[in-house]
Write a protein that binds this ligand. Structure first.
Ligand SMILES: O=C(O)CCC(=O)C(=O)O
Ligand SMILES: [Fe+2]
Length: 280
């Protein structure tokens, strides 16, 4: 994977955008988060996922072992460390360049694969995640500009044995949900998002990818952050789900990410009579 040199971020930005949109579809910032942040996040997620009782996705063929892949949703309600995770300055700079500087948060959740845990079907992420129903999407929708940026933060070693996410380099250029018939090609040709706890694995959500089975003897946990341009409806309801004490201490960036002050939808009949949009 293309390794971002954070000391050269401004100079590299065009190459990063190229890599995400028309290159392999994924880049990595090594050691984005320190050991203390990882340990804190991991402890919270292990505790919150003692039961396998949350909605999960892309597990079609794995019903018997589905409980070995566990989700923790709405992490901003579960620990202060996650407030830092969604505001990492280098990730924010890349996301601003990729999705526009008013991007917001679609979701921050965890995916925990226990030993023996199953992989997922190859897929693409929200807002494309149900694109197997192609008729639900606009005519000629294509990959020329992005509506999603995903950031995976491993909390355990991510390697071929432990079930590091697989992705098919370049698959984002042809925006479509992988067919069942594409799976052999996917699994034969995929690369892995290998990494260490605290790395930030960043990818274009149009890239075909999936969690892979965990054949190791340890957990494979990860924080999954999804960023969206300002006009795409968030996946998680942060406005209801993020507690008031987090809202009260939120930075301007975090407030925007969770949708505080988001103008629409709006009751224009109740607005004051003034001109609010336009160059002049
Ligand atoms: O946990 C992983 O490796 C990937 C998870 C994923 O892609 C998803 O749930 O959408
Ligand atoms: Fe995904």
């Amino acid at each position: 994977m293309f390794e971002v040199d954070t000391t050269q971020l401004t100079e590299q930005m065009e190459s990063i955008i190229d890599e995400l949109l028309t290159g392999n579809g994924a880049v990595v910032i090594r050691n984005a988060f320190d050991d203390a942040a990882v340990a804190d996040a991991r402890a919270i997620i292990m505790d919150e996922s003692k039961d396998a009782d949350k909605e999960t996705h892309f597990q079609g063929a794995n019903k018997d072992i589905m409980h070995l892949q566990r989700r923790v949703w709405n992490l901003l309600a579960k620990g202060e460390v996650f407030e830092d995770m969604v505001q990492h300055p280098d990730v924010v700079a890349i996301t601003s360049a990729f999705l526009g500087n008013q991007f917001h948060l679609g979701s921050i959740a965890a995916n925990r694969l226990l030993p023996g845990g199953p992989g997922q079907e190859p897929h693409i992420d929200y807002p494309y995640w149900d694109m197997y129903d192609r008729e639900g999407f606009p005519a000629r929708i294509n990959s020329s500009f992005p509506l999603n940026l995903q950031v995976t933060i491993p909390l355990d070693p991510f390697n071929e044995v432990s079930g590091a996410s697989a992705f098919l380099p370049g698959s984002q250029r042809d925006l479509r949900y992988p067919e069942v018939d594409d799976r052999d090609t996917f699994f034969d040709s995929c690369s892995r998002m290998s990494g260490n706890p605290g790395d930030a694995l960043i990818f274009n959500g149009m890239t075909w990818h999936c969690a892979m089975p965990n054949h190791s003897d340890h957990d494979r946990g990860a924080v999954l952050i999804e960023y969206l341009p300002k006009f795409v409806i968030p996946l998680e309801d942060q406005l209801s789900g993020v507690p008031q004490h987090v809202v009260d201490r939120a930075s301007p960036l975090l407030s925007r990410l969770i949708g505080i002050g988001r103008p629409y939808p709006k009751l224009f009949d109740e607005a004051t009579g003034e001109n609010t949009i336009g160059r002049d």
